[in-house]
Ligand binder design. Structure first.
Ligand code: MHO
Length: 179
């Protein structure tokens, strides 16, 4: 599917953006994934600033997808499967507000769908802390963060943290993969 066929944008934070990007770019219906920053107080933050925690941004992925192939609800099913939505400002060993679980909704429909998903998870006993906030701005991260897992498969964090997440995702969503 080409970028021009994709009609909807989602902006999600669920820990280190390298992880989310590595997963979502393998999902059928996704045309493009970019790693970046959202939800903070300054424009065009650097990675160093965001890591310092002072700007208030979350590491996020911005996903361009074709809702005719993959609905926002299905995208959220993947999102909630591949990260831990029960830990505040934390994913595993990564701690800080930049790692918060957050959905930046782009429309009333996305907001409603996210509310329904969160309510269903809570009803099943999962104490979801994911924030639901209106999308305001996305700042693309530095070039070296784009395609990080693909470009640095042997880097330690990629091997230890990301590779198992990708493997689990590919197992859980085998029928929804691009290849
Ligand atoms: N703890 C990891 C997180 C990377 S991620 C892009 C590291 O510092 O390498 O936040």
């Amino acid at each position: 599917m080409s970028v021009s066929e994709a009609r909807e944008v989602a902006t999600l934070g669920g820990g280190c953006f390298w992880c989310l990007e590595a997963v979502f770019e393998q999902l059928h219906g996704v045309a493009r994934v970019e790693s970046g920053y959202a939800g903070g107080s300054v424009a065009n933050p650097t990675y160093q600033q965001v890591c310092g925690g002072g700007t208030g941004h979350a590491e996020v992925v911005q996903i361009l997808f074709d809702p005719g192939v993959l609905s926002f609800a299905e995208l959220l099913d993947v999102f909630f499967d591949i990260h831990d939505p029960t830990t505040i400002n934390r994913q595993g060993a990564d701690v800080g507000t930049q790692y918060r679980s957050v959905i930046f909704y782009h429309s009333p429909e996305q907001k409603r769908t996210a509310e329904e998903k969160i309510a269903a998870l809570k009803a099943s006993g999962i104490a979801v802390v994911t924030q639901l906030v209106p999308f305001e701005a996305f700042y693309r991260a530095e070039d070296y963060h784009q395609g990080y897992f693909r470009n640095n498969p042997y880097q330690g964090y990629c091997q230890v943290v990301i590779a198992p997440k990708v493997a689990k995702f590919r197992e859980h969503f085998a029928a929804r993969l691009k290849v």
